[in-house]
Design a protein. Structure first.
Length: 127
């Protein structure tokens, strides 16, 4: 038997703002709130424990310093990379430079709080 990733926790200054952003990016909905201000989002009708991990946006007043050591990669499910890039930028993502050469087939972006993530080239089937 092995473990499975059920949640990803992202510490942030504004959980509400990032919950809205990541819900739009991933097609997720709010599935829970904690007394500490954390907001959990996940796939509609499934939530925690489903085939996809949920994302917990956890409040942290400390500013982030340095590059994230773990980041999220996303793939479009219903359009090509260029179209998805336009959609993500319209939602508030911004291009990010982490030292890429420009020859990569992925795009490095940051969410509204500057957390880097990558939009990969290949389209994948929805789960």
């Amino acid at each position: 038997m092995a473990c499975r990733i059920t949640e990803l926790v992202l510490e942030c200054a504004d959980p509400e703002r990032l919950a809205v952003f990541w819900s739009e990016v991933l097609g997720y909905v709010e599935v829970g709130r904690e007394d500490d201000g954390s907001i959990e989002i996940g796939p509609p009708g499934v939530g925690f424990g489903g085939p996809l991990p949920t994302l917990v946006l956890s409040p942290d007043p400390e500013p982030r310093t340095g590059k994230l050591r773990l980041h999220i990669d996303v793939n479009a499910t219903d359009r090509d990379q260029g179209e998805e890039l336009e959609r993500l930028l319209a939602l508030g993502a911004r291009p990010a430079d982490v030292g890429q050469t420009g020859e990569e087939d992925w795009r490095v972006l940051s969410d509204p709080e500057g957390n880097e993530f990558c939009l990969l080239l290949r389209r994948v089937d929805p789960v």
